[in-house]
Design a protein around this ligand. Structure first.
Ligand SMILES: [Fe+2]
Length: 202
């Protein structure tokens, strides 16, 4: 079963307070679309072509580079769309909020750490909030389309929040001002989805 673009769940213009409709349309239909097509082509006829994306990620050292880049792109963007919402913003609540405050000192300290991880990622990549192997929250960053579920990742864990810091994610509105994009994205953060992923990862 070939991979497919997941449902976006909202219109291209729905996140406009943080991300413009044209960026969303190109990002989802062209960039993510190409990752899906290229990943499917790269795994066609190999032992990986009926494997779940999670299993491919966990064995990424054994697959060709095209699967690492495009399969990673598919995994990462599928997570990214799901943790954004037109009804997002504000702060987390409940166990996730307590864990963030306990781990990072405060919600704003956590957000600063995420923004720094994204802003200082040279070139293209991602900033992540992960649940690590011992169940501890951590902030980290990966280059290109790598992610913390890959067996080659420097810092491993289950990502529950990921921010795309490739220029294609923000350039039309923010140009070179990546920090402004990072500041704005919290206004569309779906803490419900992040909390669901947090509970599943724990
Ligand atoms: Fe992207």
């Amino acid at each position: 079963m070939a991979f497919q673009l997941p449902e976006l769940g909202y219109d291209y213009g729905a996140l406009d307070k943080s991300i413009d409709a044209q960026t969303m349309e190109i990002h989802y239909s062209k960039h993510h679309g190409a990752y899906v097509t290229n990943c499917n082509n790269a795994i066609a006829g190999t032992e990986w072509d009926d494997k779940p994306i999670e299993e491919i990620m966990a064995n990424i050292s054994k697959v060709p580079p095209a699967v690492r880049n495009n399969g990673g792109g598919h995994f990462n963007h599928s997570l990214f769309w799901s943790i954004l919402s037109p009804n997002g913003g504000g702060e987390p609540t409940g166990a996730l909020a307590d864990d963030i405050a306990g781990t990072f000192g405060s919600f704003s300290a956590f957000r600063d750490q995420m923004n720094t991880a994204g802003a200082t990622r040279f070139g293209s990549g991602w900033a992540w909030l992960i649940v690590g192997p011992e169940g501890k929250l951590a902030v980290c960053s990966t280059p290109n389309q790598d992610n913390p579920t890959m067996d080659i990742a420097e810092i491993k864990g289950t990502p529950i929040l990921g921010i795309d810091v490739w220029e294609h994610a923000y350039y039309l509105r923010y140009q070179n001002r990546r920090p402004d994009y990072l500041k704005a994205i919290w206004d569309v953060m779906s803490w419900d989805e992040v909390a669901t992923r947090y509970a599943a990862a724990k």
